[in-house]
Write a protein that binds this ligand. Structure first.
Ligand code: N01
Length: 544
């Protein structure tokens, strides 16, 4: 029988995580295979091509920091990058470090089983390829499995159906069309103004109004770029130990919102609203931990909505009232509320009366029918665990990841799960991941994994795996920290509430990027505290 191909590491995914892993592992002499289901690199930025798709972290900070030459040579056209510009950047990176030649595209990993005798992972792809690997690294991203709700009749629709997270490559032209869009999270909020400007008519179906603040995106200026590039390395170092993995243009105020006068608060909110971006939530130190403090910001933003949206009923519908501001991911928009002042845009509340079914011509809610040429689902993702649990992963004793995580994800540091030796989840549940600038968190996890593989190799260690007690403590700590905040008060994809039947608990680690990095550093300095090692048995000893 032919011997199976064997490599040091198999990486799943060729987004920002997978590419950096490949670059580092190859540089350290590890044999590596990368499998990517798409036809190209880019991960989330490959798939999310919907109109208006843009990053909500500033371009100067949403980019790799590992190579000074790369960060100096690249120029971003805008303060917040649009999807095509980010994809250009990722392709440039793949070309610069000649990564694509080691990536197998159009190939999904569907099975990975750990063999306790050989201590290797056996990985099977949907093209029938089978590879053995000492290390199995899921670099599959946090929001990579689209959520298409199970609305009756979806197959009956005679027009075109789109999902923002799986957008076609060719331009979708909505000119002259009547379009319906379901969902008002970040993807809906970004695409609605753009589709509204093109379509004949746009109907927005809203279940929960999301909080959104202006991005104030502008073209990149030479001056701003120079400020960053002058001391890029120093700024990146600060980002790595900052709470969110990024630096704010307006400094946070380290006092309670309740300890200042209403006039001072208004002034602070006004400044941050004018500056744009996420800084509004950092106006005071208790906006995400104290209901009353949060409500001061919420009330102020509701007043802005009422000031922009001309129809009071629509303004009221767009104003969130059922959960604190910032506890679903805060959206950054460009002219979102303004779009509802257009004659061709209609908002339909689907809380009291949900969508009953999709029909041949559109959709039906109670006795109302809507006719559409196209329907856009901006309905989000089975986030953080969806992609991991769709692969048939089996660890020791045939334990499946689905079984192990049936009550919610269980990891140590968001990086490994007990029972699954040498399997790593880059920005996995239980790490800062989506509650941070993903680029900072990706680089930290990738470097930690590669350092770990080198440590194992240098010390003839065959496997690494968390102790159950370390994992239990970490899972508890992640929830403890989340419970000190207002985040669990919202139904959100952070909590898993957007997917029917999914366990509900806060999945990312919200203790801060810098604090988390220090914890990881201490764990390593303390001889990988909380991890168990299995030493390699030498051939001589094995023969005895
Ligand atoms: O998804 P979402 P998203 N019937 O889950 C609604 C990142 N991202 O793709 O709130 C009717 O936030 C759902 O309603 P509700 C970012 O991290 C970043 O917009 O559950 N409606 C909600 O309105 C972001 O948070 C960027 O009541 C249904 C919407 O669909 C994450 O991706 C850009 C429904 C889904 O909102 C996800 O954002 C885009 C149903 N059955 C995305 N099911 C930037 O960098 C769901 N909904 C700016």
């Amino acid at each position: 029988m032919a011997q199976l191909k064997s490599v040091d590491a198999v990486i799943v995914g060729a987004g920002f995580s997978g590419l950096y892993l490949l670059h580092l592992l190859r540089g350290q002499g590890f044999t590596t295979r990368v499998f990517e289901r798409a036809a190209g690199v880019g991960g989330t930025w490959y798939w999310n091509r919907y109109p208006g798709a843009r990053c909500d972290v500033e371009s100067m900070q949403y980019s790799y920091s590992f190579d000074e030459e790369l960060q100096q040579e690249w120029s971003w056209p805008e303060k917040y990058s649009a999807q095509p510009d980010i994809l250009d950047y990722i392709n440039h990176v793949a070309e610069k470090y000649q990564l694509s030649k080691d990536i197998t595209f159009n190939t999904s990993v569907c099975r990975a089983h750990f063999d306790e005798i050989s201590k290797q992972w056996k990985i099977v792809t949907d093209t029938g390829e089978v590879v053995k690997a000492s290390h199995f690294i899921m670099a599959t991203g946090c929001i990579s499995t689209a959520n298409l709700p199970n609305i009756p009749g979806t197959g009956d629709f005679g027009g075109k159906i789109y999902h923002t997270g799986k957008w076609p490559h060719e331009k979708v032209d909505f000119s002259g069309q009547s379009v319906g869009i379901i969902g008002t999270g970040s993807s809906g909020i970004q695409s609605i103004p753009v589709i509204a400007a093109e379509a004949r008519h746009l109907t927005v179906f809203q279940r929960t109004p999301h909080w959104t603040v202006p991005a104030r995106n502008v073209p990149m200026t030479d001056e701003y770029e120079k400020i960053w590039k002058k001391d890029y390395a120093e700024r990146r170092a600060q980002m790595r130990y900052s709470p969110s993995g990024s630096l704010r243009s307006v400094a946070p105020i380290d006092i309670s919102a309740l300890d200042v006068s209403e006039e001072d608060r208004e002034q602070a909110y006004r400044e941050r609203w004018a500056a744009g971006g996420m800084t509004l939530l950092k106006s005071y130190n208790d906006l995400l931990t104290n209901d009353a403090a949060n409500e001061t910001a919420a009330k102020w933003v509701r007043q802005r909505i009422a000031g922009i949206v001309k129809d009071p009923k629509t303004a009221d519908l767009l104003s969130p009232k059922t959960y604190p501001i910032g506890t679903k991911r805060l959206c950054l928009d460009t002219d979102y509320y303004e779009a509802f002042n257009r004659q061709n845009v209609e908002l339909v509340d689907i809380v009291k009366e949900p969508i009953e079914r999709i029909t041949l011509n559109g959709l039906k809610i109670g006795d109302r029918t809507f006719a559409f040429d196209s329907i856009v689902f901006a309905t989000g993702f089975d986030a953080m665990t969806g992609t991991l649990l769709r692969v048939d992963i089996q660890g020791r004793g045939g334990l499946t990841l689905q079984k192990k995580w049936e009550a919610g994800p269980r990891t140590y540091l968001g990086l490994m799960s007990e029972g699954f030796p040498n399997m790593y989840t880059i920005t996995g549940p239980g790490s800062p991941s989506v509650k941070s600038n993903m680029m900072s968190s990706i680089e930290q996890h990738v470097e930690l994994v590669v350092d770990t593989l080198m440590h194992l190799r240098e010390n003839s260690i065959e496997t690494i795996e968390p102790h159950r007690s370390a994992e239990d403590d970490w899972v508890e700590h992640v929830q403890e920290v989340a419970n000190q905040t207002l985040f669990p008060k919202a139904n959100s994809w952070y909590m898993g509430t957007n997917i029917p039947g999914k366990p509900q608990l806060f999945m990312p680690y919200i203790g801060g990027v810098g604090a988390y990095r220090r914890i990881c550093e201490e764990v390593v300095a303390d001889g990988y505290r909380g991890f168990a090692f299995e030493q390699k048995i030498s051939e001589a000893a094995a023969a005895e």
